[in-house]
Design a protein around this ligand. Structure first.
Ligand code: DGP
Length: 126
């Protein structure tokens, strides 16, 4: 089954400038902004500018330039926010995919969470 991208998803609308966001960093291939419902003192979402539904879609189909741009922006966010291991105390990076991953927004995004100890990796299922 192909990855079917829905142009009406909320992150597509953010990329089109239709709704505001609190941008922390951007490059040619990716955008990083604060999560509207933060789960940690620092909670940033990093998204590719291209139309990718999920991590597996992005990993399989994005160009090398898009992948490099996305990853470099993640590094920039960690440095800027002071949570990277060069200067800070670390972070957790999570991506949810599909029904079992409990993905809410169908545009690939990496959650970068820091500023406190994150606790157990996952909570109770169900
Ligand atoms: P996920 O479950 O992995 O698909 O997480 C989606 C995240 O997106 C969730 O933590 C809340 C966040 N979110 C949803 N709508 C908006 C929005 O309009 N703006 C921002 N900044 N974040 C949003």
């Amino acid at each position: 089954m192909a990855f079917a991208y829905d142009d009406s998803n909320i992150f597509a609308r953010i990329l089109r400038g239709e709704i505001p966001n609190d941008t922390v960093a951007e490059n040619d291939h990716a955008l990083a902004f604060r999560d509207i419902s933060p789960k940690a003192p620092c909670h940033i979402l990093v998204i590719p500018k291209g139309k990718y539904v999920s991590f597996d879609d992005f990993a399989a189909n994005a160009s090398e330039a898009e992948i490099a741009g996305f990853m470099r922006l993640c590094a920039q966010v960690c440095t800027q926010e002071g949570i990277g291991l060069e200067q800070g105390q670390g972070f957790r990076a999570i991506t949810n995919a599909g029904t079992h991953g409990v993905q809410e927004v169908p545009h690939f995004h990496l959650h970068i969470l820091g500023g406190a100890v994150m606790g157990p990796m996952i909570g109770a299922r169900g």
